[in-house]
Ligand binder design. Structure first.
Ligand SMILES: *Cc1c(COP(=O)(O)O)cnc(C)c1O
Length: 391
């Protein structure tokens, strides 16, 4: 691997060293532990004096390959992998905070992350203040002497709102906050938050990194000093990824660029189709000029991504009947799959939020989220067209 190589090449050519069998494709290291030739090597390994693997709760060659690759793709110094995206989020925050710390988070965040901040962290007296994505005056007034972390997702789920990463980084530098960005929707192919000043980037690898709805995983990459704390926390608390899933995810990264190109082309065509449709109230997609933050998208993203949000005329009832009439698109909780997926966030992924909280983050009853897949765009559009048409 070489730092000079292009993104696509790094994603394919970053590999751990071959074994004596000189395999071309990295093998799976399905082993709980690793052996030593003698007591001295074992002692040195436990003392951290060599980089030998000890136990797969700590490290494993398959994790290492995935970490190395994602660090290159995100421009990060170091990283660690987890069983799920939520394990990455929980472990990252639990490692970096202590009782009495304060988190500032954008209000529009993934449903389970919201639950962690509002229901779990308060048990340890770690409080979270929510701010709006586009109101930096509101960010300022949320700062307290004990504020430690600023957390955001961009684009947000499910509303595909954007946060200006450069503005967020300036804000964090001013107040000495750690900037953590959930980059799940964009992937490093479309957006690299570290370039704009983020300290850490988190991924649910379950989504576009796997990209085919098969395995779960989570990754945190970024500043080495912070990753060391996260690693120390995680190796004792056990949120480890399985080597099998790490192998799948590393293989999946080889095709991330070509998949994202197709996802984005399909999503833009669908967003344009929906914009012209008489049964559609509104459409939000970062690749459309009509997106209220189109300028920010142009500045920090290479394309609009795979997720399109829209409202069907007729509200909740029409929204649900639209879902019922779909013949090809899947009704499922996931996103970032090769298959196009339609969801109704207010009755599913964000049902745990109060009505008031949903309103604040713009999850209206008519909102439908489409994670546009890799099928032929004509088939995606014709399924959505027939579901809209039957009114
Ligand atoms: C899915 C998702 C998560 C959580 O990831 P899991 O792998 O399901 O635990 C976190 N953030 C975002 C934006 C997501 O879409």
């Amino acid at each position: 691997m070489s730092k000079d190589q292009k993104f696509e090449t790094q994603a394919i050519r970053t590999q751990i060293e071959s074994t004596h069998a000189q395999e071309h494709s990295t093998p799976m290291y399905l082993t709980s532990s690793f052996t030593y030739t003698d007591a001295e090597e074992m002692r040195a390994s436990f003392a951290g004096e060599n980089d030998r693997h000890i136990y797969s709760r700590f490290s494993n060659p398959n994790y290492q390959e995935l970490i190395d690759k994602l660090c290159q793709m995100e421009g990060a110094e170091a990283g660690y992998v987890f069983a799920t995206g939520m394990a990455a989020i929980f472990s990252t925050f639990a490692a970096l905070t202590k009782t009495g710390d304060h988190i500032i988070s954008c209000r529009s965040i993934f449903g389970s992350t919201h639950t962690v901040f509002t229901k779990i962290f308060p048990k340890w007296n770690i409080e979270t203040s929510y701010v709006e994505v586009d109101n930096s005056a509101g960010w300022e007034s949320a700062v307290q002497p004990n504020s430690k972390i600023f957390y955001l997702e961009t684009p947000t789920n499910p509303g595909v709102d954007l946060v200006d990463l450069e503005a967020a980084s300036t804000f964090c530098k001013k107040h000495n906050l750690i900037l953590i960005v959930d980059n799940c929707f964009a992937t490093p192919y479309l957006q690299q938050p570290i370039k704009f000043g983020a300290d850490l980037v988190i991924h649910s690898a379950t989504k576009f990194i796997d990209g085919q709805g098969r395995v779960m995983g989570g990754i945190t990459v970024g500043r080495k000093d912070l990753i060391e704390e996260i690693y120390a926390f995680s190796r004792s608390t056990g949120p480890a990824l399985s080597p099998f899933n790490a192998w799948v995810l590393s293989k999946s990264l080889e095709t991330l660029a070509v998949r994202m190109d197709r996802h984005c082309n399909n999503a833009l065509k669908l967003a344009e189709f929906l914009s012209d449709h008489t049964e559609v109230e509104w459409v939000k997609y970062p690749g459309l000029k009509s997106h209220p933050q189109y300028e920010i998208a142009q500045k920090q993203m290479n394309a609009g991504g795979a997720v399109v949000a829209f409202g069907v005329k007729g509200g909740l009832e029409k929204g649900r009947s639209f879902l019922n009439k779909l013949k090809m698109c899947s009704l499922t909780a996931n996103l970032g799959d090769s298959r196009t997926i339609a969801t109704h966030p207010s009755s599913t992924t964000h049902a745990k939020l109060s009505e008031e909280e949903r309103q604040k983050v713009g999850i209206n009853p008519e909102l439908i989220r489409i994670s546009v897949g890799l099928e032929h765009i004509d088939d995606i559009i014709s399924d959505i067209q027939q579901a809209l048409a039957q009114g």
